[in-house]
Design a protein. Sequence first.
Lengths: 241, 109
Amino acid sequence: MNRADDTLAVEIWKGGTDGRLAAFEVPLRANQTVLDVVTWVQRHRDPALAYRFACRVGMCGSCAMTVNGKPRWTCRTHVAKVAVERHLTIEPLRNLPVIKDLACDMTVFFEKWQAARGRFEGRTTRHDEVVQLAPDTPARVAIDAGIECINCAVCYAACDVVAWKPDYLGPAALNRAWTLQNDTRDAGQEARLAAVAGDAGCHNCHSLQGCVAHCPKALNPTAAIAGLKRAVFRAALSGDL
Amino acid sequence: MWSSYLYVAQRLTAFVLAPLVLVHLALIVFAVQDGLSAAEILGRTRGSLGWGCFYGIFVVAAAIHAAIGMRSVAAEFLRWRGWGLEASATCFGLSLIVLGARAVAAVVL
Ligand code: SF4
Ligand code: SF4
Ligand code: FES
């Protein structure tokens, strides 16, 4: 290739599901992130390029894309770490409908959080005392292990079962459900267990840990799902499901 | 919810199958190593209530376990859903029971 040493060959998905890759040459910079590359292309080559980001520091979970075939948070992925011979392919996340270019429709992803009842259901009012949660109890430790999720959908894109069975709730929603099942203040655990025991629920997981391998926050949704499976198993045997 | 109960049934049959498979494999090795003839094997299994129960339970557990597994494979790889899937998985399980029962009857009766 007769490309200059200080450039990066970038292919970026353009269009909807039936789109195609468009090629760009982007200046290589020190400490450049994949999101920097996309932003450079939009500012200097293709103003109509659609993509999402907000915080740029790995907190908001909005910048996930498929980079050289793998789902990643692009604001905290350095080009130097992922480029192969100064080449990058940047596509939208898998398992979600593409709206345009690199922007996916996240509706289903968030609907599944609701379907898994991934929301806190309190039982007290502002007039009650604040409940203390001791940091070293096993339940609190289990919550800590899964609580740092930023809803980026990287795990959801990595999950083969979601690809095969599109109604499967997926790793992120189930991971959230597991943190709430361990929350002693939560009042919705019975209904949540029934929700994750449904036909789209936790037992669909094959425990192959694609989600674990790709989660940028180093969470372990597989372990959370295994916890849900044990809880469902116990409830089914005791007739509480 | 239905598939949660199937999940439970598959796990329970796995608990049952694990020791049975080990005994079954050990038995094969023993029979081959010892050079037992078909007649000698049949001499030990014919009329044996113990072997009848052992392989009877084996067949039922394996049929349930495999039918549930094949149902998942069909749902994932063929995108199959609904009554057709349930009916096919049930037929598959029942045919395993019939085939297995024939094999058990052949060595025990
Ligand atoms: S471990 Fe389960 S949730 Fe995670 S990627 Fe695999 S099937 Fe999906
Ligand atoms: S579990 Fe990890 S990969 Fe999945 S949405 Fe949360 S932070 Fe992203
Ligand atoms: S832009 Fe917020 S996580 Fe990447």
